[in-house]
Design a protein around this ligand. Structure first.
Ligand code: ATR
Length: 279
């Protein structure tokens, strides 16, 4: 749609940014709801990130999303952090307030939980232990979200165990770490398995994890969404587990930012999902 001189402005900062689906996602919602606004890709190098964030109020932006590898820089740059961003140590959503101050939030964990709930409405974190594979920023968001949602235990496994231990040490709550060699035994009795690593993504090998010890009642989720059905999800589906793919995490994490910048609560629909995946 055509924008006017009064268009509300937002965007996504990242480096590189060409692969981001967020402009397509927010662009769909802007057109769908007939909002006079624009959401643009902002290619910002890490060296210029602080300056670019500081410039948002001067440029009249209502805020922006922040993606890899700038989330920690954003965390250090904004004027205020909401409670979730404080716990994550990373910011993915910045809101410019009327007084020009910058507030940082993190909606990755929200997106993760909303996606699971949409995919498996009867799933709840309290139901049993969760196994999380990985120890990067995505793993942190997932573990914090699960703890906040009441998971009785989170079992963290990562190829480099030391990284999992470092992550667990920064979190309050029932997080246990197992070494990579024992990764299959921690699947016993789990009610959820989440892959937060890049394994299984197009061009990468499948996650090397035998699911034999996982209860068939467990839900399996991959945050990778290219391809939509990763080898992990295909294997889980074949043995009877319920599976939730990763695209919904991207779609749902975008909702709070859209609401803050453009003034309405957007919906995640099958048509939106298809549109974003086609791009
Ligand atoms: P992000 O911050 O987006 O989560 P990251 O920090 O690059 O990304 O983390 C990638 C994850 O994939 C890590 O947990 C990494 O394990 P290491 O900590 O051992 O590097 C995991 N990963 C990458 N290649 C892997 C492989 N071949 N087998 C198992 N895990 C792998």
């Amino acid at each position: 749609m055509t924008i006017s001189g009064k268009a509300k402005l937002a965007g996504v900062m990242g480096w590189p940014i060409g692969h981001s689906r967020s402009p397509r996602l927010h662009g769909y919602w802007l057109a769908h709801y007939g909002i006079d606004g624009a959401y643009v890709p902002l290619a910002v190098s890490p060296e210029r990130c602080e300056m670019a964030i500081r410039a948002l109020p001067a440029l009249g932006f209502r805020g922006c999303n922040v993606t890899v590898p700038l989330k920690e820089i954003a965390y250090r740059t904004v004027d205020r952090l909401d409670r979730t961003a404080q716990r994550m140590g990373a910011v993915n959503t910045i809101v410019v307030h009327d007084d020009g101050t910058l507030e940082g939030g993190n909606t990755d964990g929200f997106g993760f939980l909303q996606n699971l709930q949409a995919g498996c409405p009867d799933w709840s974190a309290e139901r049993g232990p969760a196994v999380v594979v990985g120890a990067g920023g995505a793993a942190r968001a997932v573990v914090v979200a699960l703890l906040d949602a009441g998971a009785p235990e989170v079992r963290l496994i990562n190829r480099t165990m030391a990284r999992a231990e470092e992550l667990a040490a920064t979190l309050d709550g029932p997080v246990t770490v197992a070494d990579w060699v024992s990764r299959e035994t921690v699947l016993e009795g789990a009610s959820l398995l989440v892959n937060t690593t890049t394994q299984g993504m197009v061009g990468q090998p499948a996650l090397d994890l035998d699911l034999r010890a996982l209860p068939v009642s467990a839900v399996v989720n991959d945050i990778v969404y290219v391809p939509l059905e990763t080898p992990l999800l295909a294997a889980a589906r074949l043995r009877g587990n319920r599976v939730v793919d990763g695209i919904g995490m991207l779609l749902h994490q975008a909702r709070p930012g859209f609401k803050a910048w453009f003034g309405m609560e957007p919906k995640v629909t099958p048509e939106l999902t298809r549109f974003v995946l086609e791009g």
